[in-house]
Design a protein around this ligand. Structure first.
Ligand code: GUN
Ligand code: ZN
Length: 432
């Protein structure tokens, strides 16, 4: 059995931090050893030469070893249309997104994009993500096949959409049900792959397709369900006109049985108190996508109100509405969104969200998102001096909180010194 020890400064969260002074919420080792066997963490302890006997030791000092980042919402099929100039959501969807996603009907296109997409995830320190594929089943095959090659725990699914979009991008209630059923059988639980049933949103799913989604969720309770909710005021108005008998946008998904602890509700910005309460009661997750929400002018996520109402919250890039693959850039923009609401996340809370918080949102605590015995050795190694500007600022940093905030505020893929997936080096072997 091969045994590897990663030596360095190590940080992993144990619980959601309750403020800057909550040292019980994390474990930090100044000279730590992450002991890995067969792709899993077997021990996290202080480094000692005795530990090293018979092991390969990789010395990452003075860098910071953390659990790999988790991204809970993005669209891999939008990798070639990120940074498209549009006013707001509905125009952006019509003008760019629905055009771009039709390309996935072409032979070989999905494979090409999936390969480049995974390179970007790794380059930015993201070891698990939850993606929307396109309406085409082959886009899902390409997505999971590439994850399998790289041994990554990835979640995703075929978008279900049967109306109010170009005919080339529409399925039907029946074909979406049949294709999703087949894809779940082919991929869910195969290696590290997990499936997300993915009705795009209420605007592009007819009542018949929503019924199909209901059936799929009921038949596959261990799969995830992802959709978009209340991202943009015009979208909310359109949703209510398409489902006029429903009390609010969240109520549409509620009525079709789509809300539960495995439901990932992208954006969730413009929610009433009733909607937040329903999210809390059902355990559905509100997914905060700050770079996208700013880029598309969608609105300011109300983190504090949702948490106070007991809603589970995760954080995500939402590529290609989002403008960076980097969870560091995402945390930075998230901080600024909350500033505009008079709210402030501590650096500990930000890094908790991108690791253990997102793992909890996916019900995967103990598997990913923390460095504990039994967890997969999916790790990121961060260099807080990666750029001259960072090095200059680091020379005045005195605390771990300051260092994290610096990495979050000035950092990007240049800070990612190395990435491990299931114990194997993943970034330095990219060859680019
Ligand atoms: N709502 C429905 N589809 C999409 C999408 O692809 N991106 C975003 N940001 N919102 C959506
Ligand atoms: Zn999205």
């Amino acid at each position: 059995m091969s045994r590897t020890i990663l030596r360095g400064r190590v940080l992993t969260f144990l619980d959601e931090p309750q403020g800057l002074e909550d040292t019980a919420s994390y474990r930090y080792l100044e000279d730590g050893a992450v002991v890995i066997e067969d792709g899993r963490v077997v021990e996290l302890t202080d480094y000692s030469p005795a530990l090293a006997a018979g092991a390969e030791v990789v010395d990452h000092r003075p860098h910071l070893i953390m659990p790999g980042f988790i991204d809970t919402h993005l669209h891999y099929v939008q990798s070639q249309m990120i940074a498209s100039w549009a006013g707001s959501l509905l125009e952006w969807l019509d003008k760019y997104t629905f055009v771009e996603e039709q390309k996935f009907s072409r032979q070989g296109h999905a494979e090409h994009v999936a390969s480049a997409f995974y390179d970007e995830l790794i380059r930015h320190g993201t070891t698990t993500a939850v993606a929307y594929c396109s309406v085409h089943p082959q886009s899902v095959d390409a997505y999971f096949a590439e994850a399998e090659k790289r041994n990554m725990l990835m979640i995703g699914g075929k978008v279900m959409m049967d109306c109010h979009a170009p005919p080339g991008l529409c399925d039907t209630a029946e074909t979406s049900y049949d294709d999703t059923t087949e894809l779940i059988a082919r991929w869910h639980g195969k290696g590290r792959a997990l499936y997300a049933i993915s009705p795009r949103f209420a605007l592009t799913s007819s009542p018949a397709q929503m019924e199909a989604a209901r059936a799929l969720v009921a038949e596959h309770p261990d799969c995830y369900m992802q959709t978009h909710l209340s991202e943009n005021p015009a979208e909310v108005t359109r949703a209510m006109s398409l489902y006029p008998d429903t009390r609010d946008y969240t109520g549409i998904y509620e009525d079709y049985g789509l809300l539960g602890p495995k439901s990932l509700m992208g954006h969730s910005i413009h929610l009433s108190h009733r909607e937040a309460k329903v999210m809390c009661e059902t355990g559905a997750v509100a997914v905060f996508c700050p770079t996208s929400n700013l880029f598309l002018g969608s609105g300011l996520f109300d983190y504090q109100r949702l948490r106070q109402t007991g809603v589970r919250v995760s954080v995500a890039t939402d590529i290609g509405g989002g403008t960076s693959y980097s969870m560091l850039r995402t945390l930075d923009e998230g901080y600024k969104v909350l500033q505009l609401r008079g709210q402030r996340l501590t650096p500990f809370n930000s890094f908790y969200l991108a690791t253990l918080g997102n793992a909890r949102a996916l019900s995967l605590e103990g598997t990913i998102g923390s460095i504990v015995p039994g967890a997969s050795a999916d790790l990121v190694v961060l260099d807080g001096r990666a750029t001259p500007a960072m090095a200059l600022r680091m020379s005045t940093v005195e605390t771990l909180a300051e260092e994290l905030f610096l990495i979050q505020t000035l950092g990007d893929d240049r800070c990612v010194a190395e990435v491990y997936v299931a114990g194997g080096r993943a970034k330095s072997v990219l060859g680019t």
